[in-house]
Design a protein around this ligand. Structure first.
Ligand SMILES: Cc1ncc(COP(=O)(O)O)c(C=O)c1O
Length: 372
């Protein structure tokens, strides 16, 4: 067995090299070419929506989605405090205001019961994030959104293949964003995609992605961006997409094995799967609390010494120095609890059973060793 088990690695074991080589041989190495179109069509189809607009990363996908639906400076967007900053930066960069909602401690997702009281006359959208691959309770979100005429944006960067009541992430709100960073369930190295059933928004996002070229070509109606994905990246994405069921299945199988091995360790809280959810366990997270004899950072240190790389959960958006100017109000006790106690174990799709056995055994040994 490897002496070092990284927290996450891409699984590039399909036709990635073949397709990239083909893209290079064809000379189509920038942002036109057959792989772009095929990747957009097949990924949006996989999600169960009509349109896919690929782009250079997940953060740009969120920026494009926000602009496509018309979020402007001064608007408010309700979103979870417990997320990765890529969810939030595009809101701030537009000049809109993120309004944070605390998490609930079961799924670690935004607490939907706290959304409604955050709505003001400036609220335009709710952005949900399917944290670590567990979908948000969408019926609750959609009910509020429809009542208040708000757009629902899904940040599905961590949730390729996740399902809510048998509908896939990406098809659960009005518009959705994915990341294809190297640690994601499928990857293009760097990359992202906006998916939606709204043709107008998809067309708008497509133009914003590419300098808002117009008719004639060099007449631009809006300030656009260069957020394009390359044909070479899309070639990798297509090869990954061909194996997405296998990759999602592997993540789920790994989680089941972790669950069965760790379920009786006192003080370790495992990730859940609500009855209405298909969790894809993008990252296999744990929450450590009493009576576990070590704190989360101490446990991570012990694991690191034994060749097991881990990563802490997110630090809440409300605490980010970068957002000091926003003057965030309110308390976010669950986000802070998760930050203090949560971390994730190695989660690559190609982890072996032996590696998972070793990791679980090591945690149990640390528990026993420290207790006595
Ligand atoms: C929830 C969430 N949103 C957005 C992003 C941003 O994606 P990218 O890194 O591709 O810009 C990430 C990436 O890790 C993420 O986890």
């Amino acid at each position: 067995m490897k002496k070092f088990i990284p927290v996450c690695e891409p699984t590039l074991r399909g036709k990635e090299l073949e397709y990239v080589t083909d893209a290079i041989n064809s000379g189509w190495i920038s942002s036109a070419g057959k792989y772009i179109q095929e990747f957009e069509e097949k990924f949006s189809q996989y999600c169960g929506v009509k349109y896919g607009v690929s782009c250079s990363n997940g953060t740009k996908a969120i920026h494009l989605a926000l602009m496509a639906v018309g979020i402007k400076a001064g608007d408010e967007v309700i979103m979870p405090s417990f997320t990765m900053i890529g969810s939030c930066n595009p809101i701030v960069q537009i000049g809109a205001k993120p309004v944070f909602v605390d998490s609930e401690l079961k799924t670690w997702n935004m607490d939907t019961e706290q959304i409604e009281k955050k709505i003001t006359t400036k609220t335009k959208a709710i952005m949900i994030v399917h944290i670590y691959g567990h979908p948000v309770d969408m019926d609750a979100v959609l009910k509020i959104a429809r009542k208040h005429n708000l757009i629902v944006i899904e940040d599905a960067a961590e949730a390729h293949g996740a399902e809510y009541k048998e509908k896939k992430a990406g098809s659960l709100g009005d518009i959705a964003c994915f990341s294809f960073y190297a640690n994601k369930i499928i990857t293009t190295g760097e990359g992202g995609m906006v998916v939606t059933n709204n043709e107008k928004w998809a067309e708008h996002a497509k133009k914003l992605r590419n300098h808002f070229f117009g008719e004639p070509r060099f007449l631009h109606q809006e300030v656009g961006y260069n957020y394009r994905l390359t044909n070479m990246q899309a070639a990798i994405g297509l090869a990954q997409l061909e194996r997405i069921d296998e990759l999602v299945g592997a993540r789920r199988k790994n989680a089941q094995l972790y669950n069965s091995l760790l379920k009786d360790v006192p003080g370790i809280k495992l990730p859940v799967e609500e009855p209405w959810a298909k969790n894809v366990y993008w990252m296999y997270g744990l929450v450590v609390d009493k009576p576990f004899p070590l704190t989360m950072p101490q446990l991570r240190d012990e694991l690191q010494k034994r060749g097991i790389e881990t990563r802490t959960f997110f630090i809440g958006m409300h605490k980010q120095p970068a957002y000091a100017h926003l003057g965030v109000q309110g308390d976010f006790p669950n986000t802070e609890y998760l930050e203090k106690n949560g971390f994730y174990l190695p989660s690559s799709s190609h982890l072996t059973e032996e590696e998972i056995q070793y990791i679980a055994k090591t945690i149990k040994e640390i528990y026993t060793g420290q207790r006595t």
